[in-house]
Design a protein around this ligand. Structure first.
Ligand SMILES: *Cc1c(COP(=O)(O)O)cnc(C)c1O
Length: 365
């Protein structure tokens, strides 16, 4: 049976990349060792991490005055690392358009109970279940603030921000976990970008941080592992980095480049998600909770039928037919199709056929 993996993360990886990793698994580049067995100080690994950085710089158009880090701890560790390094003695604004943005804000509030800085909720759409990207008045932002934090793609709720908002000159810090390399952004529009790798880049365990040099702390942070300056000075090798994950990320970067880069990925993703949105919009049976088309994510598409009972049946039958991990997040229910870069167009077409058959069988229920 053909299996299509709609998981929101860890997520589908390109078959070509998995095959390449398999071919090199026991003997990397003639070393007689697996990548997992190499020292992180070995010349072979030095080459891998440098290549990974250089490919990511090329793919995203990262200017020279930004540093690239490969860290651990997931995007969630950045929720505290960012205020710890950037916000002390200042205000830090949070734009909350989804559950992950809310977590970032909540972590900052927790940290502010022991450290001197002021997290401020700039805008939130929580009162309407995060069904839209909330707007805000940029003139209300103190120009001396450390940053405005936002999430470019709300993985759980299926909304996204494609045009960066006006922030009164304050740097934007963005959680790009679920649409890095899947939509086109100008790195110059951000002070800091971070992303867990497990959605569009590689296996779980690698966290990408892209930071503008002038934002790197000059004072030591609370702990060396959580200190951007320490990580930058040690080029992500302060301690043992997630070597195999960085190697897999490098293979994915090579793959994305060979397909035509981020512009091509963005185009393919708009096409894939467009097929699904068009079908849902034309159907009286399925609904997408995000009403404003401009707010819709091309990466994660939540949808429901007319009842929780039918949603449950849909998930059961879909799972049995090879459409894996299509159940919506437990906080929103229904279904969710995550169509990351590596998710094939054929999988979307197969899902549409399945949805049509299910609709025909149950629209009179
Ligand atoms: C998945 C996700 C996270 C959490 O990432 P971890 O690497 O598990 O900490 C944070 N933010 C967004 C937008 C996500 O999609």
């Amino acid at each position: 049976m053909v299996v299509y993996n709609f998981s929101a993360g860890p997520a589908v990886l390109p078959q070509e990349v998995l095959k390449k990793a398999q071919a090199e698994f026991l003997n990397y580049a003639g070393s007689g060792m697996s990548v997992m067995e190499l020292s992180h100080r070995a010349p072979e690994f030095d080459h891998i991490i440098k290549e990974a950085e250089s490919l990511l710089r090329e793919l995203m158009g990262i200017p020279d005055n930004y540093k690239v880090l490969f860290l651990q701890g997931g995007a969630s560790t950045q929720f505290s690392m960012i205020p710890l390094n950037l916000a002390l003695g200042k205000k830090a604004y949070y734009h909350v358009a989804g559950s992950w943005g809310k977590k970032a804000y909540t972590e900052a509030v927790l940290l502010s109970k022991t450290l001197p800085f002021e997290p401020i909720l700039l805008a939130s759409s929580e009162d309407s279940n995060f069904d839209r990207v909330p707007s805000f008045d940029s003139s209300a932002i103190d120009p001396q603030a450390a940053y405005v934090h936002l999430t470019t793609n709300n993985t759980i709720e299926g909304t996204a921000i494609y045009e960066m908002p006006e922030t009164n000159g304050v740097p934007i810090v963005a959680d790009m976990s679920s649409n890095i390399l899947a939509a086109q952004y100008r790195v110059e529009d951000f002070g800091l970008i971070y992303a867990g790798a497990q959605k569009n880049i590689g296996p779980a365990g690698v966290t990408i941080v892209i930071i503008r040099e002038d934002l790197i702390n000059t004072m030591p942070a609370l702990s060396s592992m959580l200190d951007y300056k320490v990580q930058v000075d040690n080029v992500s090798l302060y301690n043992t980095p997630p070597t195999f994950g960085i190697y897999m990320s490098k293979l994915v970067f090579e793959h994305v480049k060979s397909l035509g880069g981020v512009a091509k990925m963005a185009e393919l993703n708009r096409h894939k998600s467009g097929l699904l949105y068009d079908y849902i919009d034309a159907s009286a049976f399925y609904q997408n909770p995000v009403k404003n088309p401009e707010d819709r994510s091309v990466a994660n598409i939540p949808f429901t039928t007319s009842s929780a009972h039918l949603d449950k049946l849909f998930c059961q039958e879909a799972e049995a037919a090879g459409f894996k991990n299509i159940k919506g997040h437990r906080s929103v229910g229904g279904m969710r199709a995550s169509l990351y870069n590596a998710f094939p167009l054929e999988g979307v077409e197969a899902l549409l056929n399945f949805m049509k058959e299910f609709e025909e069988a149950h629209s009179g229920d």
